[in-house]
Design a protein around this ligand. Structure first.
Ligand SMILES: [Zn+2]
Length: 403
């Protein structure tokens, strides 16, 4: 070995000029490769994952009422990952409502066909933490940009930390373009209302608390839920229903019923253009029991029941035809053998379900979806220009009028 280095040293000294030339060339080549790789990654990130709708694309919506929606209803289900794709026909926990609305699509009584586009291979932003992902979904950029980062990000967002205002939520972008419209947001997990969505005059926000559950149980008045039959239904919902977390189960029910009551009311039908609901029982089951466990499956199935309640309420009011439905989630959960929770980069934590159903949706599965795409998808569907600062795109093959 010693001999080899001695020979090598002698050779370098003998060919000093050539050695320098080789080193310089190698250095330049490495620099060029690194620069090209970075540039490629940048270009791919910015342009290759989907469309930035142009003014012409938006005109096809804004100049033709047949391509317009009365409202977008977003069902945000925390911690579901790609799981719904694994239990579609899994008796007794099949997902009949998810399947009808978001997989098969359906035709309304009015004769409108709502096509469904679904993927179980969407990608969460990293790390797979709730606050970081939901903020990316609402603000259209990855965590280092919106600034909700770090190990305390869930608590920070819940406590009202505001993301970088350079990256507005799709709700703000929509309301800036439609100042008289209204938005309804009902959340079991308060961080989305407290931080991811700006405080704006035309956004009605409700955070469903344990106290709301107590009030229902004790026949007390609760804000945003007046219908006595609904209250009675919720009150009796736990009977015969052994659940992983009865608190979150009931809170999710109240969260959804608030959306139904507000958006199907005489005034709400035309006023609310975006309705968001944030459900937390699947995430709670994941933390307690792990991905793919009985309690986790039951939680996903109970969310399916809630989708059925929304569908039935909208059908009764003749509101299905012009509604765009979205089902989205922030991340999945670890398998139990790796400890419960999320935040890492395993397949079951990173892969997310994204599903959308509406009259301008292309039936099937779209191109690549990442969580930053939610913002531009909603803006596009409502005929509004995406914020220049957003990194998210409208995935290829998701809408009939795009591409
Ligand atoms: Zn989460």
């Amino acid at each position: 070995m010693k001999e080899f280095f001695a020979k090598f040293g002698a050779a370098v000294r003998a060919h000093k000029g050539r050695t320098v030339a080789i080193c310089v060339t190698a250095f330049v080549l490495i620099c060029a490769i690194v620069t090209l790789s970075c540039l490629g990654a940048f270009v791919f990130n910015r342009f290759a994952t989907g469309y930035v709708p142009t003014d012409e694309d938006l005109a096809l919506i804004n100049n033709n009422v047949a391509n317009q929606y009365d409202r977008v209803v977003i069902i945000g289900v925390d911690g579901t990952g790609k799981y719904p794709g694994e239990m579609l026909d899994d008796d007794p926990y099949s997902l009949p409502n998810f399947k009808k609305v978001f997989v098969d699509g359906f035709t309304t009584a009015g004769g409108t066909r709502l096509n469904a586009s679904v993927t179980y291979s969407g990608i969460a932003v990293y790390p797979t933490i709730s606050a970081q992902n939901w903020t990316s979904m609402f603000r259209g950029v990855r965590p280092p940009y919106h600034g909700i980062t770090g190990s305390s990000s869930n608590k920070d967002l819940s406590n009202g930390k505001q993301p970088n205002e350079k990256y507005p939520s799709f709700i703000k972008v929509f309301l800036d373009a439609n100042p008289t419209a209204k938005v309804f947001s009902s959340c079991t997990w308060d961080a989305v209302n407290n931080g991811a969505i700006e405080d704006l005059a035309n956004v009605v926000k409700y955070n469903t608390t344990c106290e709301d559950v107590y009030k229902i149980a004790n026949d007390e008045e609760i804000e945003g839920l007046a219908d006595p039959d609904t209250k009675e239904f919720i009150k009796n919902a736990t009977e015969g229903n052994s659940t992983a977390d009865p608190d979150y189960f009931l809170r999710d029910m109240i969260t959804v019923q608030r959306v139904i009551e507000a958006t199907t009311s005489a005034e709400g039908k035309s006023a609310y253009k975006i309705a968001y609901m944030h459900l937390n029982q699947v995430d709670s089951a994941g933390h307690s029991y792990g991905y793919n466990k009985h309690a986790y499956a039951r939680a996903v199935a109970r969310v399916d029941d809630l989708i059925g309640r929304i569908y039935d309420a909208y059908e009764a009011e003749g509101m299905l035809d012009n509604t765009l439905f979205i089902y989205c989630t922030d991340h999945g959960h670890r398998y139990l053998q790796d400890g419960t929770g999320h935040g890492g980069n395993s397949n079951v934590e990173v892969k997310v379900t994204f599903a959308i159903a509406g009259k301008t949706v292309k039936q099937g599965t779209s191109g690549k979806y990442v969580n930053t795409d939610l913002a531009p998808i909603v803006a596009y569907a409502l005929g509004v220009k995406a914020a220049d600062s957003w990194q998210g795109r409208v995935p290829y093959g998701m809408f009939t009028l795009l591409g």
